[in-house]
Structure formats: C-alpha cells, structure tokens
Write a protein that binds this ligand. Structure first.
Ligand code: BG6
Length: 331
C-alpha cells in the first residue's frame, strides 16, 4: 500500500483496522518510495560506514539542519489525488520525515533498522511557539516560466477548483528530543513548480570564533537527487599577510554503483522475499501523523495565509522572511 496511509490519525486507524482484519501485519507492506532510493538509504549507510562523520553529527557541532526537496514538476495529471491531500501530507508526512529519521536514528544492525527509525521519528516535536505561523509556512504556485516553458497557476490546472487553497509548498521547523540532537533546529521545505529538481540535506556546523575576513561556517551537503553528490565546505587562507579566507569546496558525485534498481523495483523485490526493513510499520506511520496533524489542522483554517509564488522561483518570499526571522537563510 502506497503512502499516505489515511489523511490524519483517525482515518489512519480506520485503514489500519480494515487491513488488519484481513491480513497479518507481516503480510502488509506500507510503501514510501523514498525508502527504496539507494541515495536515501545511503544517508544511514554513510553514517554507518564513516565513523569520522558520525562523530561530528551531534548538537555540540551543528548549528542547524536544512532538508530541501524541490520539484520543478507540477501535478503530472494527478490533481484528483493531490488537490485533496496537499504538500504537507504528500511529501512531509512521509518522505521528508523519513529523511530526518535516517539522519538522526541510532546505528543498528540490519534487522533493527526499522525499530531505530521509529524511535528517531518519535523524538521529533513541533517547537513551542506563540503561533503555529512561526513553525510552518504554506504556499501555492502562480503562473511562471520553467526551463523556457510557460506554466499556468495551480488554480488553473485541469480539475483544480479556482478557489483551491491546497498548498503546493511547505516550509516548517522541527526539533528532536534526542540528547544527541538537542537544540538543533531542522528546517524542512518542499514544493512543486520550483526552479529545479533537487533533494538535499545541508548540515550547517556551528559558527566558529571570528577567524578572519571572508570565512563562512563549515557545511556538509548531501545531495540525494538532482546532481547527486557530497559537498564539504571548508575554508582556505588567501595569499597575503592578512588572515583572509575563501571557501574550499570538496565535491564528489554520489552515484549508485553496483546492482542499482529503481526504487519501486528494489522495494517490490524485497516484498517478494518478505523483507520489511525498508517498508513503513503502522507505528511509524502513526508517529508521522502525530507530528503532522496539528500543522495540517492549522493550515486547514481558512484564515491561515497561503502565499503565492511564481512557478520557476525558489518559493514564496514569505518562506525566506520566516527563516530570516530565526537568524538563518536557506542555502
Ligand atoms: C510522491 C508524491 O510520493 O513523490 C509526488 O506523491 C511527488 O507528489 C513525488 O512528486 C516525488 O518523488 P521523486 O521520487 O520524484 O522525488
């Protein structure tokens, strides 16, 4: 069964009880296709296989995390599904939360990966704020141009009501209760009809003591889709008598080598052999709904602002201003 399972906690429980009346839990495969992507699984294995990386992934070293999933595509003929669901349920409840779980989970042997993922997901919470507007921003695309093609506004897409308030862009902030990640904000954003396709984790390290002119904080980008690769941002001194710096970017493509299957192929093969590790469990889906539900209720209120953005842009200006209010910028 493809995600999203249900559209909130209540409908999720109904789907679950309907399914478990006829099948045992071990016979049910809840699919999030991001968990079939080699690049997404690699978030976990990069940590697993590189102790040097694992040692620096902790709150004493990290300033904040950004997870971005941009798409240049629009509805692709799926208005009937998407208009009722919106970006928070379509992308954040599953794919983006899974990326956060893989980045923060405890390293485990293969057979307990699923349990460790659920535990990591369960640590995420919405930061305390005066208003949920400080935690989430929503947007919807207006007409614009992408790669030389003129695109219509979301409301003019086939089978979408002219009055639709469905969000095609979401930015939000989460925190984790895990002591390792204590105090580190996670900024997530995703949207359709943006300027390019890219899925990326950016790990921003703590700002160093003032080291000199031109220096910027270290950063590690793990680019999962688009021009997949890893980029480590270091600093190097410019020539001269003064300590002035320029960014030195170590860059390596991150391409799947070996027996690479497309995500659904890999997942179906695992279902055939009865392997549940990279499928969602009901507990995992329930945990994701627990995080998302208050936000979805907030967005569903008519008075919550829906910011328009031009197709082919970086998203609504309001999402940039929202970040700047917290003293950070999207990379
Ligand atoms: C799907 C969503 O799960 O993921 C789509 O329903 C979205 O709306 C898609 O476009 C993105 O997947 P990918 O693999 O292209 O990043």
């Amino acid at each position: 069964m493809e995600k999203p399972v249900g559209s909130d906690l209540e409908s999720f429980e109904k789907v679950k009880s309907a399914l478990t009346k006829s099948f045992g839990e071990k016979e049910i495969y809840l699919l999030d296709h991001y968990l079939g992507k080699e690049a997404v699984r690699n978030i976990y294995y990069l940590r697993y296989a590189n102790p040097i990386l694992e040692r620096i992934l902790k709150h004493t070293m990290i300033h904040h995390i950004e997870v971005t999933a941009m798409e240049s595509a629009g509805l692709e003929g799926r208005a009937g599904y998407f208009d009722a669901v919106g970006t928070l349920r379509d992308m954040v409840q599953s794919h983006l939360l899974q990326i956060c779980a893989l980045l923060t989970m405890r390293l485990q042997e293969d057979d307990s990966i699923q349990a460790a993922r659920i535990h990591a997901l369960d640590q995420f919470y919405l930061p305390h704020a005066v208003s949920l507007d400080d935690v989430i921003v929503q947007g919807q695309y207006d007409a614009g141009t992408i790669n030389g093609e003129r695109e219509v506004s979301y409301k003019r897409e086939e089978s979408v009501a002219k009055s639709s308030r469905t969000s095609t862009y979401i930015a939000l902030r989460l925190m984790s209760r895990s002591t390792r990640w204590e105090g580190v904000p996670f900024y997530l954003r995703t949207g359709k009809r943006l300027h390019k396709k890219e899925t990326r984790i950016s790990i921003a390290f703590q700002e160093p003591q003032k080291i000199g002119k031109g220096a910027t904080p270290n950063r590690l980008d793990i680019i999962l889709q688009g021009e997949a690769g890893m980029r480590l941002h270091l600093q190097t001194k410019l020539g001269g008598t003064e300590p002035e710096f320029r960014p030195l970017i170590m860059n390596d493509p991150l391409v799947c080598m070996g027996d690479c299957l497309p995500e659904h192929g890999l997942l179906l093969l695992e279902a055939i052999t009865g392997k549940q590790t990279w499928y969602l469990s009901f507990d995992e889906v329930r945990t994701a709904w627990r995080i998302i539900e208050p936000l979805q209720k907030h967005l569903d209120k008519k008075q919550t602002k829906l910011h328009l953005y031009i197709a082919g842009s970086h998203g609504p200006d309001a999402a940039d201003q929202w970040m700047e209010k917290m003293g950070v910028k999207w990379f």
